[in-house]
Design a protein around this ligand. Structure first.
Ligand code: ZN
Length: 103
């Protein structure tokens, strides 16, 4: 597997994990402005850091299939660019070429 493909696969695995987490939180009727520790969705397989965001924020970030939430500065320029920066998390957008490579 190419390095670029592997990076995107890692990010998609983190995102799948977080999606399950969101359904759990929604079932749990957690207050909407409560921050939940989601898994950083950067491409580093060894990264186990958490991004703290509310389920609403998480859902907003993931309204597009090629957007991911990462710990600030956990950006891999070869496969993505930064869309939004914040104190607790950054939103990155996957380059279309990287998305295609992973399919
Ligand atoms: Zn990370």
């Amino acid at each position: 597997m190419l390095r670029r493909e592997r990076l995107v696969k890692n990010e998609e695995a983190a995102r799948a994990y977080n999606n399950r987490r969101v359904s759990f939180e929604l079932d749990d009727e957690a207050t909407e402005d409560e921050e939940v520790p989601f898994l950083c969705e950067c491409g580093d397989a060894s990264c186990a850091e958490a991004v703290e965001m509310t389920t609403d924020q998480f859902i907003a970030v993931h309204s597009a299939p090629n957007r991911f939430a990462v710990v600030p500065s956990h950006v891999l320029g070869e496969v993505e660019w930064v869309l939004e920066t914040g104190e607790k998390y950054w939103v990155v957008e996957k380059r279309p070429s990287a998305m295609r490579a992973a399919q």
